[in-house]
Design a protein around this ligand. Structure first.
Ligand code: AHR
Length: 492
């Protein structure tokens, strides 16, 4: 039997709601079709935003949305996406799929989407191919409340009041698609562009995100922190999980056990990446003023057969749910230093929470994990520890059980446990220190690793009430099935 201790006396950090953030790019069918169908579409919409996607995301508790990219951000010229839709520039999205980008979804539409979702706004500026003036004017357009050319232009385009930007990214992946720069060079560019991202009076300070490292590129973190740490609020790590290597990522469905274990152990590597990048950041910033952001993460597999390779459309199985469950537990455990994370990407791209097909929509296993975990948002992380043997795969290793526990303002404790083993049920004895437990309820997402929802069977994978546990005086004893994510709600 495994031992699980939750210590409500050890209150570690506040879990930022934005750890549960999402990312939407002008890529494939994420924005166009997945989120935005246009006012004239037969698909039910409000001001062009499709109602089914918006409602599902609201129910899942989406706290913040990043836009317009990704690699697209460093090619995006915001003035192409404002004003009358008839006159907006049509162009080819050269980075993603070579399709026509008609710019019908632009700044006003993004703020309208976030308004409908009730979520915070994360805009990513163009440092790679845009000018300092262009970035500066975009911020002025969105946030300035006085007399200025950009504020006047915004008003002419129908928006009197300025908006609020919660996060602003100064470039994206500038080590790659954002300009193939060296870290120190980017650090200087960041400082220059960022100087002209103005905080306008009466508005909250803009939280500035610098383009951070890819996976284990520690050299990037060193160089950027050395040059630019004083002016940034967060540094954005990107980490994608494949089953194979970058050229053969593996299939999203129909994979074997080996590929499953390769995927989950690689996903768990995020723990090491966070620790090592933080170690470098803390050396340059001992007061720990700069947060770690993970504004792109998730699984990246081969595209579904017959789809545009530039659209990055992949199915989503219980394996993805396990990756989501374990990663979110790791993020919770690092909530003292991680302020925001954004899974890539919300609808129809990579590890999506929603897939659409014309007017049809389905919720993926990853969606269900986010919905289960939404209770952690804004809670206090508690000290917790679980015993567990390990999964070893190739040269990587991870515990079979990965958990985190948090407490809300009413003293209710939420514990989420992932059993990543494919065969072994795990018996767990949980004790909540110094606590008389009044009630325990639980919910589970489980299945075979390859199980997924299709447009023919949208509910093959869904959450259910979990009853395979006995409440004890100070906790519970539970049998956690293989390949499952379980949430316990513990009331005192
Ligand atoms: O999410 C897909 C792409 O992955 C993003 O555009 C880019 O930032 C990353 O390489």
């Amino acid at each position: 039997m495994e031992k699980y201790l939750i210590n409500p006396n050890q209150k570690i950090s506040k879990i930022s709601k934005d750890i549960y953030g999402h990312f939407s790019e002008h890529l494939g069918r994420c924005i166009y079709e997945g989120l935005y169908v246009g006012e004239d579409s037969p698909i039910p919409n409000v001001n062009g935003m499709r109602c089914d996607s918006v409602n599902a995301l609201k129910e899942m508790g989406i706290p913040v949305l990043r836009w317009p990219g990704g690699c697209f951000a460093d090619e995006y010229h915001w003035k192409d996406g404002i004003g009358s839709k008839e006159t907006r520039k049509k162009m080819i999205n050269t980075h993603w799929g070579g399709v026509v980008e008609d710019n019908s979804f632009g700044t006003h539409e993004f703020f309208e989407l976030c308004r409908q979702l009730g979520c915070d706004v994360y805009i990513n500026g163009n440092l790679g191919s845009g000018t300092v003036q262009e970035m500066s004017e975009w911020v002025e357009y969105m946030m300035f409340d006085g007399l200025s050319p950009m504020a006047e232009l915004r008003k002419k385009n129908g928006r009197e009041e300025p908006w609020t930007i919660n996060y602003f990214g100064v470039g994206n992946e500038n080590w790659g698609c954002g300009g193939n720069m060296q870290p120190e060079f980017y650090g200087n560019e960041f400082n220059k562009y960022n100087t002209f991202v103005r905080d306008y009076s009466g508005k909250p300070h803009i939280y500035r995100v610098a383009s951070g490292p890819n996976a284990d590129d520690y050299n990037w973190t060193e160089g950027v922190m050395k040059v630019a740490r004083r002016h940034m609020n967060g540094l954005a790590l990107h980490y994608y999980t494949t089953a194979g290597d970058w050229d053969h990522k593996g299939k999203a469905t129909g994979f074997d056990e080996k590929e499953y274990y390769q995927t989950v152990t690689k996903a768990y590597k995020i723990e090491e990446l966070i620790n090592r990048h933080l170690e470098i950041m803390n050396r340059y910033d001992p007061e720990k003023r700069v947060d770690l952001i993970v504004d792109e993460w998730g699984t990246w597999f081969d595209v579904e057969e017959g789809t545009n390779p530039g659209f990055l459309y992949q199915q989503n199985t219980m394996r993805d749910a396990m990756v989501a469950g374990l990663t979110l537990n790791v993020f919770n455990k690092h909530s003292d230093r991680i302020r925001m994370a954004n899974i890539a990407q919300t609808v129809n791209v990579l590890q999506a929470v929603i897939l659409t097909d014309g007017e049809e929509m389905l919720l993926t296993p990853t969606y269900h994990v986010f919905k289960m975990y939404k209770d952690h948002q804004k809670n206090t992380l508690l000290g917790s520890y679980i015993t567990s043997d390990k999964i070893e795969c190739d040269k990587l290793s991870m515990p079979k059980l990965i958990e985190s526990a948090s407490e809300d303002e009413n003293g209710v404790i939420y514990s989420t446990i992932v059993n990543a083993d494919l065969h072994e049920e795990k018996e767990v004895k949980c004790q909540v220190a110094d606590t008389l437990v009044a009630s325990v309820t639980a919910e589970i997402l489980t299945g075979n690793a390859g199980d997924h929802n299709t447009f023919e069977n949208k509910e093959a994978v869904k959450t259910q009430e979990f009853t395979a546990f006995t409440k004890t005086q100070d906790g519970f004893v539970a049998k956690i099935p293989p390949c499952s994510v379980v949430k316990f709600v513990i009331k005192k």
